[in-house]
Design a protein around this ligand. Structure first.
Ligand code: HEM
Length: 142
C-alpha cells in the first residue's frame, strides 16, 4: 500500500481515539463545551471519517477503475494540508480565534483554507481517476 494512503488511515484512527476521548469528556463535564464541540465534530469528521475515506480511496479507486492518479505528487501535499489545517483550526478555535475579528480570526481562516485546499486536491485527483477511458470499449453483446 502507498505510504501516504497508509498514513491517512493511521492518522484517521488516531483522530478516532482523540475524538472519542473528547466526546467522553464532554459527556461528563460542561467546562469549555462550546470549544470542545467544535473540536470534537471536526476531529471526528475531518479527522476520522474524511481521512479514512481519503486513504482507502487513494488506494482502491485507481485499481478499481484501472486509471492512475493524474497528480500523485498532490497526495503528500493533501496529507500535510489536511493535518496542519485541522490542528490549526482546532487550536485557534480553542484559543478563541474564531470569536475575534483580528489576526487570530485571519489565522483561523488560513487553516480552514489549508483544509479546504487539500480537499480540492483530492476531488480533482479522484474525478480524473473515475473518468471513462475512451480506448476501453465494452465487449459486444452476443
Ligand atoms: C474546510 C473544512 C471546514 C471548515 C473550515 C469548517 C469551519 C467551521 C466553522 C467556522 C464553523 C462554525 C463554528 C461556530 O459557529 O462556532 C463550523 C461548524 C460546524 N462544522 Fe465545520 N468546517 C469544515 C468542515 C466540516 C465538515 C466536513 C463537516 C461535516 C461533515 C463539518 C461540520 C460542522 C458542524 C456540525 C458544525 C457545527 C458545530 C457546532 O454546533 O458547534 N465541518 N465549521
Amino acid at each position: 500500500m502507498d505510504r501516504y494512503g497508509k498514513l491517512f488511515i493511521k492518522a484517521s484512527v488516531i483522530y478516532l481515539g482523540l475524538g472519542v476521548f473528547f466526546g467522553v469528556h464532554m459527556s461528563f463535564a460542561d467546562h469549555g463545551i462550546n470549544e470542545l464541540r467544535f473540536i470534537h465534530v471536526h476531529i471526528m469528521l475531518l479527522g476520522f471519517v474524511a481521512m479514512i475515506i481519503f486513504g482507502v480511496a487513494y488506494h482502491i479507486l485507481p485499481r478499481f477503475n484501472a486509471r492512475p492518479l493524474p497528480h500523485p505528487s498532490w497526495v503528500p501535499l493533501h496529507f500535510w494540508l489536511s493535518n496542519a489545517g485541522l490542528w490549526g483550526m482546532c487550536v485557534m478555535y480553542a484559543l478563541g480565534g474564531f470569536y475575534t475579528d483580528g489576526p487570530p480570526r485571519m489565522l483561523f481562516g488560513v487553516f480552514g483554507l489549508m483544509e479546504g485546499t487539500g480537499i480540492f486536491l483530492f476531488i480533482i485527483n479522484i474525478f480524473h481517476v473515475l473518468g471513462e477511458d475512451p480506448e476501453i470499449k465494452a465487449e459486444p453483446k452476443r
